[in-house]
Design a protein around this ligand. Structure first.
Ligand code: AMP
Ligand code: MG
Length: 327
């Protein structure tokens, strides 16, 4: 069985083609970017609609397949921006109806975890999912993927992007902050905000803006200190989730998981508690169609189908709203 998966929760329009043996035949994307400012949902949706046909075509070419060879259509049904989710859902319904293929709507956050279980040796990991909009610590417990900790205000990716914008670095900011951080020499103490199992970034952003305005600090030192502080916050709650759940595997996911300093710190934490740390190739950390296709296969094998009339998007669905019947 071969599944074509469509990702469109935010700035990425991605198409993945994956077999039921877990072989990724194609993972193609086109990303909406802006020179200034953040993501405008309506503009991103226009982008997705404009590139949709071309990305599908490229993915099929890469996989050396025709659309008729596809057995199943999966799409990210939740959570994300309504404007962009709608484009992916529309394309999925279209393909499903025209080519008479079954349809499966999947939860994007869960797809990040399941692709990690496919492509690494992780069996039952705690997922530290750090992307643009989402920052959650997710693990399986009693029939659901539960959120054990999260950011109380916006994702780490968006936080990095916002501060990068303050520095005039453009979008996406994460990689540019990482580059600057490499040139940092001095650690500047910043607000460290862990509240129970959650983290908060709002106060930190205000503090950073003030520091920047004061002109007393080097940008490189600020970038370095941001990474050290925020990643330590993330790993503190991840470690606590691992201890609470009695799990010995940590999986990184989301665009910020491409950050080599975060990977290094995560590996160190895991080493110290004699646990394993799993890091994916960057193309599977960022939003991608392959993870949607794979979760589509996993759910389909468990007998889950999405009827057209039930295929409406769910922008606000939470990870733990989904009943996990495939584990
Ligand atoms: P996603 O929403 O999962 O596609 O991830 C996008 C986010 O990942 C953006 O906010 C980027 O700034 C961030 N990002 C990408 N690469 C890196 C990196 N090397 N370090 C930190 N953040 C990154
Ligand atoms: Mg994501």
């Amino acid at each position: 069985m071969i599944c074509l998966g469509i990702e469109s929760t935010a700035h990425t329009f991605g198409i993945g083609i994956v077999t039921d043996k877990g072989k990724v035949l194609a993972n193609v994307k086109d990303v909406f970017t802006t020179k200034t400012g953040g993501i405008v949902p309506a503009k991103a949706a226009e982008h997705h609609a404009a590139v949709c046909d071309e990305v599908v075509k490229k993915a099929l070419e890469t996989a050396k397949l025709k659309i008729e060879d596809i057995d199943l259509i999966a799409f990210s049904q939740s959570p994300g921006l309504g404007h962009t989710l709608r484009i992916g859902a529309f394309a999925a319904r279209d393909l499903s109806l025209i080519y008479k293929k079954p349809l499966v709507g999947v939860n994007h956050c869960i797809a990040h975890l399941e692709i990690g279980r496919l492509l690494t040796d992780a069996k039952d990991p705690v997922l530290l999912y750090v992307s643009g909009a989402n920052t959650q610590i997710i693990a399986y417990d009693a029939g659901k993927y539960r959120v054990f900790g999260e950011s109380l205000d916006g994702g780490v990716g968006n936080f990095l992007d916002t501060f990068a914008r303050e520095l005039g670095l453009g979008f996406p900011g994460g990689p540019r902050i990482a580059e600057l951080a490499g040139k940092g020499k001095e650690f500047i103490e910043l607000p460290y905000s862990v509240k129970g199992m959650d983290i908060s970034l709002g106060g930190l952003l205000t503090n950073l803006k003030q520091k920047l305005k004061s002109g007393k600090y080097r940008k490189e030192d600020l970038a370095y200190s941001i990474q050290e502080t925020v990643f330590a916050m993330l790993l503190e709650v991840s470690e606590r989730a691992m201890a609470h759940c009695g799990k010995e595997e940590l999986l990184l996911g989301g665009g910020v998981a491409c950050n080599t300093r975060l990977q290094e710190m995560a590996k160190k934490m895991c080493e110290e508690r004699k646990s394993k740390c799993f890091v994916l190739e960057n193309q599977f950390n960022v939003d991608n169609g392959a993870m949607i296709a794979w979760l589509g296969i996993v759910m389909h094998k468990a007998g889950i189908k999405t009827r057209i009339e039930d295929s409406e998007i769910k922008p606000y669905e939470r990870t733990d709203d989904v009943k996990v019947t495939w584990r």
